[in-house]
Design a binder for this molecule. Structure first.
Ligand SMILES: C[S@@+](CC[C@H](N)C(=O)[O-])C[C@H]1O[C@@H](n2cnc3c(N)ncnc32)[C@H](O)[C@@H]1O
Length: 657
């Protein structure tokens, strides 16, 4: 099955009225902070399940209404018994215990809806991939240990679910169950793995997982999708939008009668889902979303899609010949002597391991300093690959990451937050110390430089793949926020060299006077209407402005010397890359420009820093406005990102000017 547009749809439109979940389950980490029925944050005195026979309940509700709505399902689906039998998560990898609980809830709903499970490949219309995932049909060429491990975990999980259901029914749980006795549980678990989505709150934090009704669950994947989705509550679900999409039988997918069935009375509680066009979609065209991170190179996307969903993607991006520019860059290696024996995939695995190891230092061991040191080395140094040729000769190959390689992009993202945390840790230690203030300012510059580089690099790739607009809206807004926090630093006064300098009062008239971004933003705040026909126009205005400003501030941002940033001549315009793509030896650092020389007079130094600060301010506001504009396309005018930008701008008194 698939989903097609019922009419021509321009970019940046909602495609459907909010679709309610068929079932939801909170992750273990959010069970005590969010309501298990509607997923909203819990009040200080939350409600327990009604008719709870045990004082040790694992779930909480935000209201009596949510408790009376959801508690019957909690008990009758045997989720309650599952919690008591398995209070700790069973597996650390897929399927998670959250998937098992969601499956138990769904089995109950399916039973109520149809009463039988005659076709384990499609249950109540939803595809399960049961045979493919469980190795019950001839596999293509991918069989490996990981797949066997996955099917083993699914069987273990299904057995645990069956034991919970027997406990609920008062049956003997000490008997050895045959696999056939928990095949329904296994099939529904496969259905969850095939159809579920992570459900996020408005700050992008994952709360749990959910399976949604057919209009959403029939949507296939593409690595060049034309739609994305957002979550909304019953309260902010908007006007009376009709469905602009409808399910259709795919050419290859033989849909049995059962596929027509829809579970009546979907759960009314919990976040609903709305699809949004991120490209213009023609009537009858298939609506496609992405199931994976689009900033990964083809080989990684394909491997993830196979291991999670059991299909090989043949979308136009994956099938393009020659490879698309974006996929070329995401896996490009710079070298002067790569021979035929260079194993790109093996090298990619090694680089990803280095990246993960550095990120682990930051996230698991709270050591952002070590993380940033490792990543600077990963980006800057030559890597060596020793290759054994067929005639027994060892060849030493030197290579470097391309600045648009996917490992580089992830490194920029991590470095932007690692430097930010190092800076705030220093100030938290002693905010009065001059040394700490100076280092914190330097970290703030690096953080701003990396977030600008991430946004600039992704924007460069957007020209080859326009669906990158979804992560890009966030990258530009974050770059704007990081630059603004640098502009607001009190450290600027230290550049006055003993002179008295007046504090700059930033206002809208300092933004630029060349583009219409601010006027358009004010208009978007005032009128809730679609602004997306202006996409090309606004993008070109934005690029014109920032191409002007960036060369004025880049030297200052990277002035602290050393590190990878000195390699990057311009974070927005990547023309400088053309001269460096073939040889590692050309990949030298360039001298920074625009520094205020020590010999300059105090007056010049103050003047220089004053201008720099104004330029940085202008750039930050442009990035914020453009990020907000992109977010209105992807998520509508009331997205959390839009509110965040509005908030930041109103603090600067920008919106009233
Ligand atoms: C959420 S379902 C999508 C609807 C599904 N096609 C159906 O008939 O119900 C996800 C499953 O659809 C199939 N699928 C999705 N996108 C695909 C694609 N681009 N190529 C091949 N199969 C795809 C895979 O089997 C995947 O596990």
């Amino acid at each position: 099955m698939e989903v097609r547009a019922t009419k021509d749809i321009p970019i940046g439109q909602d495609l459907n009225p909010p679709i309610p979940p068929l079932s939801l389950s909170l992750h273990y980490s959010t069970l005590l902070s969010h309501c298990s029925s509607c997923f909203s944050p819990l009040p200080s005195s939350p409600f327990s399940p009604t008719n709870n026979p045990s004082p040790n309940h694992f779930i909480r509700y935000c209201s009596l209404q949510c408790s009376s709505h959801d508690s019957p399902l909690h008990f009758s689906s045997s989720e309650f018994h599952f919690f008591h039998l398995f209070p700790e998560p069973l597996f650390t990898t897929s399927p998670t215990s959250t998937d098992l609980r969601l499956s138990l809830r769904l089995i109950h709903r399916f039973q109520e809806a149809s009463g039988s499970f005659s076709n384990l490949e499609r249950i109540c219309g939803l595809m399960t991939n049961f045979k493919k995932i469980m190795f019950l049909e001839e596999q293509q060429c991918y069989n490996d240990d990981n797949e066997e491990e996955l099917s083993g975990r699914i069987l273990d999980g299904a057995k645990a679910m069956a034991i919970a259901r027997r406990t609920r029914d008062g049956l003997d749980t000490n008997v050895e169950l045959s696999a056939a006795e928990y095949s329904v549980e296994a099939a529904v678990l496969c259905l969850v793995l095939t159809n579920s989505v992570e459900v996020h709150d408005k700050d992008g934090r994952s709360l749990g997982v959910g399976v949604y009704d057919l209009a959403f669950s029939y949507i296939n994947h593409s690595c060049s999708p034309n739609a994305c989705y957002k979550f909304c509550t019953t309260l902010d679900s908007g006007g009376e939008l009709e469905f602009r999409i409808c399910p259709a039988a795919s050419e290859t997918g033989a849909a049995g009668n059962e596929s027509e069935s829809i579970i009546n009375g979907s759960e009314s509680c919990g976040p609903r889902i709305v699809l949004r066009s991120i490209k213009a979609i023609q009537k009858s065209e298939e609506v496609l979303i992405t199931y994976t991170d689009l900033l990964q190179p083809k080989v990684m996307r394909q491997s993830e899609l196979w291991s999670k969903y059991r299909f090989s993607c043949c979308c136009k991006r994956c099938n393009a010949m020659p490879t698309t520019y974006i996929d070329h860059c995401l896996q490009e290696i710079l070298s002067s002597n790569l021979g035929d024996n260079f194993d790109g995939n093996l090298v990619m695995e090694k680089l990803v391991d280095c990246l993960d190891n550095a990120i682990d230092d930051f996230l698991s061991f709270s050591n952002p300093k070590s993380c940033s040191e490792k990543l600077e080395i990963l980006l800057t140094q030559d890597h060596v690959d020793i290759v054994l040729t067929p005639n027994g000769e060892n060849i030493r190959q030197l290579f470097r990451l391309h600045p648009l390689h996917h490992v580089s992009l992830h490194a920029y993202m991590t470095l932007a937050s690692a430097y930010k945390v190092v800076g705030s840790d220093l100030l938290a230690l002693d905010s009065e110390s001059d040394k700490h203030q100076c280092e914190a300012f330097s970290m703030s510059r690096k953080s701003a430089a990396y977030s600008l580089l991430l946004a600039g690099a992704t924007h460069h790739l957007l020209e080859s793949e326009s669906s990158l607009i979804v992560p890009l809206s966030n990258f530009w807004a974050t770059a704007g926020e990081t630059l603004l926090s640098l502009v607001k630093s009190s450290r600027w006064n230290s550049f006055a060299k003993g002179r008295q300098i007046e504090e700059i009062i930033f206002s809208s008239c300092q933004i630029c006077g060349k583009c219409t971004l601010l006027d358009r933003f004010r208009d978007t705040c005032a009128n809730i209407h679609d602004r997306n026909a202006e996409f090309a126009e606004i993008t070109s205005e934005f690029l014109n402005c920032i191409t002007d400003i960036t060369p004025k501030i880049w030297g200052f941002l990277i002035e602290e010397g050393g590190g990878y940033l000195n390699v990057v001549e311009d974070p927005i315009n990547f023309r400088w890359l053309e001269s460096r793509t073939s040889s590692v030896t050309h990949f030298a650092t360039h001298a920074t420009s625009g520094n205020a020389k020590e010999t300059n007079s105090g007056f010049e130094v103050v003047q220089y820093h004053r201008e720099m600060r104004v330029n940085l301010f202008q750039l930050s506001i442009h990035c914020l406005l453009y990020g907000a504009f992109l977010s209105t396309i992807c998520f509508g005018p009331h997205s959390p990102l839009m509110s965040k930008v509005e908030n930041l701008l109103s603090h600067e008194d920008i919106l009233n000017g």
